[in-house]
Every structure is written in structure tokens, then in C-alpha cells.
Design a protein around this ligand. Structure first.
Ligand code: GUN
Ligand code: ZN
Length: 452
């Protein structure tokens, strides 16, 4: 059993009040193995109360520090670290000019392995302990990312990017080397083999990953839907309704569907554990489709700002009610830091709103990047599934140690905060990787990755 004494931030279990933070000024977090050897939260609460119940445990004392749940990034691209900040005139030129040329490189296992080492370290350095990530269209990239995530004991979900058209050949899926299967068939065979190899191994999960409808043939989307039906416990990830040109194109390619989002529904790709990035230009019928299917939206505010894609409609989301969480969408997104993403979400959410709604309170923003994103992934402990993104008893013990004195301005501003909302807002507005003093990952060895 390992114990930590510090201020502790966690969130109420599902139910009322919704998404409220619980903050212990002087808290104790006890972490120990569950029946499977996974390090989970055994107890959490006020130091003075818990100390008496666990008299033999000597806690590590972290004065002035805040322990908070590890962040959950609901949508990020592993092969796009090197295109952050590459500007273009909107999504489609950005893909052509910067993204596909970089993703081609991931056919190399050596390049993929080097990039995976950096990518996972950068996630942890920024306090992200769970991520749903796109790989490239090459199996080499998927294997490299899973292997590195396993080495670091991260909870990571990824999958082979399915894209059999409308990109340069080297960025597309490849056919079998002996010519026995074309690229479409081989991409589905590879996806199934990768599910078998990686899904559910330790903390790893597989996501069926059609890039977006315009990059996939009918046959590929149909095959992806068939896989999704065959493997209900794996995830699905894709993009939808990000950019007006993209939407026009998707509607031309799939005119029979009611909307761009409905195209995925028509191919059997909307269900629980399906996460759709962006969902910017959708209507209430689409919102109801998300709600009724149990699919979730990954909100990508820095990406939407950088590419000029538009603004996620929080009011619409809350009016209809579907699952959503926050995501960096690196490399169209401009930062690995959850603080930057939460700040951008706040600024975007203010657009057109005279009053900040529930979604824009600092507690709710933080929830969207932790327990809320975990709920969107179905990793909220229901039906015996793992729980991440929170620090309630039974949750996997992934957490960050925040140092609110990390910079002179943070120290000054957080010292003046006279409510929890003010403290959280100060960190959201002023925070970055310097605020993350430590990222602790749940696993047998309780591996700790420190800032250099
Ligand atoms: N739509 C299809 N592919 C991509 C991608 O790589 N990034 C973003 N932001 N949107 C996409
Ligand atoms: Zn994306």
C-alpha cells in the first residue's frame, strides 16, 4: 500500500450534482493492488479521518501540491507530432500539404518506434495517462505505438487508420505483398489481426479507425461496420462534420444518407464506444443520433481554431444530451497540454453566449478532460469495466501531482484564489506542462515518470 498526502481533486460519481469537483485541502490517497494486481485507489478523503483508519501507512507528504486524476485525451494523432503548427487554408489543404506527407513516413518500423517513444513521453509529460489515438494507415505504426504504451503501462487505445482512397498512395492502406488481397481487403484483415494481437492486453485497447468517410470506399466502411458488430468491446474512432468543404464532399460521396454523421450510422459505425472527433456542424437530428446510439463526440477546440473549422455548440450538446469530452487533436490541435485545450474550450464556448452555461464552469471543463472523457470511452467502472479519469475508490491509480507554484505568475495568482473555481480557472488559464510535476501510472511497479 502506498499513500500520498496532499490536496486532492476528484469528481462526484455519476448522479447529482453533475460533474462537481470534490476538493480536499489536506487529503490522503491510498493506492494498492486489486485482485488483478492493478494499482487502484483503495481509499481517498480527508487526511485526519483516513489517517486513523490506516495507522501503519506512512504517506509521502507533498505540501503545497495538488493530486488530480490523470488526463484523458479523447482524440489525438500519433503520426502528427511533427505537423503541429503547420498552417494551411483549412482542413483539406492541411491534409494534402502537411499531414499525408508526414504520415507516409510511418511505413518504417524504425521511424514509428522513435516517434512512439517521443509521443508517449510527451503525453505523460503533459499529464495525459489515457489516450484514444489515431495511428497511420500502416500496421508498423500501430505495432510501434502499442509496444511503447505497453512498456510505459499507459492506458492507450489506437488502431490502423482505414483509408483506401483520396490520398497519395504511400499514405493509403496497402494490398497484400503477394497480391492476394487488395488494399481494402487487407486493411480489414490487418485490423482483425491487430485486434487479436493487442486488444485487452494489459491496459491496451483497439479502435476500428476509418479516417473519415471521404477517405474510405463503401466496401471499407461496410467492412469496418462488420468488424464493429463482430467485436462489440473494441472502440471505433473517426472524424465528422469538422469543415464545410469536407461535409460537402462527404455528402457528394454518400448522398443516400440523411447527413454526414448518418453515413456512419448507415454503415453500423455508431454505437457505444464510438468516438467522433469534431461534430462542429451538426443539427439536432445528428445530436439525437449520437445520444440514442451511445456514441460520443471528441471536442477539439485548439484544432478547430487553428484550421478555422468552426465552434463546437455546447448549448446544443447540453440541450439534446450526448456524451462528449475534450481532445487535443494534435497535430491540427496546437498543444499536448490539457490546460491549453480546456482554455480554448472555454473561449470557444463563450462565443455567442451571454452567460456561461454549465459546460463552461472550470469544474466541468476539468471533468470533460478526465472523468467525462473516460465516461465517453466507457471507462467509468460500469459493468465491471475499468475506471479511469477519477480518483474514487476502485479507480485505476493514474494521477498527476500539480505544483501551483511552478511559475511566478501561477504562484501569485493561485495564492489569491479564494474559491475552488478560482483556483481551477487560474490553473486552466496559466497552466502548461510546467504545472505537471509528476505523472504516476497505475501498474504493478507503480512506475513514476518524473519531469526531467
Ligand atoms: N479529417 C480526416 N483526417 C483528419 C486529420 O488527420 N485531422 C483532422 N483534424 N481532421 C481530419
Ligand atoms: Zn483528428
Amino acid at each position: 500500500m502506498k499513500a500520498y498526502r496532499a490536496a486532492i481533486l476528484r469528481f462526484t460519481p455519476e448522479g447529482e450534482p453533475r460533474h462537481a469537483a470534490i476538493f480536499e485541502e489536506d487529503g490522503l490517497l491510498l493506492v494498492g493492488p486489486d485482485a488483478n494486481g492493478m494499482r487502484v485507489v483503495q481509499a481517498v478523503g480527508p487526511y485526519r479521518e483516513l489517517r486513523q483508519q490506516w495507522p501503519d501507512v506512512v504517506p509521502e507528504h507533498l505540501p503545497g501540491r495538488i493530486i488530480a486524476p490523470g488526463f484523458v485525451d479523447l482524440h489525438i494523432h500519433f503520426p502528427q507530432t511533427n505537423v503541429i503548427g503547420a498552417a494551411a487554408d483549412g482542413l483539406l489543404p492541411w491534409l494534402e500539404q502537411h499531414t499525408f506527407p508526414e504520415e507516409k513516413r510511418f511505413s518504417s518500423p524504425e521511424y514509428s518506434a522513435r516517434e512512439a517513444t517521443f509521443f508517449t513521453a510527451e503525453l505523460l509529460r503533459n499529464g495525459v495517462t489515457t489516450a484514444l489515438a489515431f495511428a497511420s494507415s500502416h500496421t508498423e505504426s500501430v505495432n510501434a505505438l502499442f509496444a511503447e504504451a505497453r512498456r510505459k503501462n499507459m492506458r492507450l487505445i489506437t488502431g490502423l487508420c482505414l483509408m483506401d482512397r483520396n490520398a497519395p498512395p504511400e499514405a493509403l492502406n496497402r494490398g497484400a505483398s503477394d497480391g492476394a488481397f487488395d488494399a481494402t481487403e487487407q486493411s480489414l484483415i490487418d485490423s482483425e489481426a491487430l485486434i487479436d494481437k493487442w486488444h485487452g492486453k494489459g491496459r491496451l485497447g483497439y479502435a476500428i479507425t476509418p479516417r473519415f468517410a471521404p477517405g474510405c470506399s463503401d466496401a471499407q466502411l461496410r467492412g469496418a461496420g462488420a468488424l464493429a458488430a463482430q467485436y462489440p468491446e473494441v472502440w471505433i474512432q473517426s472524424h465528422v462534420a469538422e469543415n464545410r468543404e469536407e461535409i460537402k464532399w462527404a455528402r457528394q460521396l454518400f448522398p443516400a444518407s440523411r447527413s454526414y454523421l448518418a453515413t456512419y450510422f448507415d454503415f453500423g459505425l455508431l454505437r457505444e464506444r464510438a468516438v467522433y472527433a469534431h461534430c462542429v456542424h451538426i443539427d439536432d437530428a445528428d445530436r439525437a443520433l449520437l445520444r440514442d446510439s451511445g456514441a460520443a463526440a471528441a471536442i477539439c477546440p485548439t484544432s478547430n481554431l487553428f484550421l478555422g473549422s468552426g465552434f463546437f455548440d455546447y448549448a446544443g450538446a447540453d440541450r439534446v444530451g450526448f456524451r462528449y469530452g475534450l481532445a487535443s487533436d494534435v497535430g491540427a490541435g496546437t498543444s499536448f497540454s490539457p490546460f491549453h485545450t480546456m482554455l480554448a474550450a472555454y473561449c470557444v464556448g463563450r462565443e455567442g453566449q451571454t452567460k456561461a452555461g454549465l459546460s463552461l464552469s472550470p469544474q466541468h471543463l476539468w471533468w470533460q478532460h478526465t472523468a467525462g472523457a473516460a465516461q465517453a470511452l466507457g471507462l467509468d467502472g460500469k459493468e465491471g469495466r475499468p475506471a479511469v479519469g477519477n480518483l474514487l475508490p476502485g479507480c485505476e491509480a493514474d494521477f498527476v501531482v500539480l505544483n501551483p507554484q511552478a511559475t511566478p505568475l501561477l504562484a501569485r495568482r493561485t495564492a489569491q484564489a479564494d474559491s475552488l473555481d478560482q483556483l481551477l480557472f487560474a490553473m486552466i488559464v496559466l497552466g502548461d506542462d510546467r504545472l505537471i510535476e509528476r505523472t504516476v501510472i497505475s501498474q504493478e511497479a507503480l512506475r513514476t515518470i518524473c519531469q526531467p
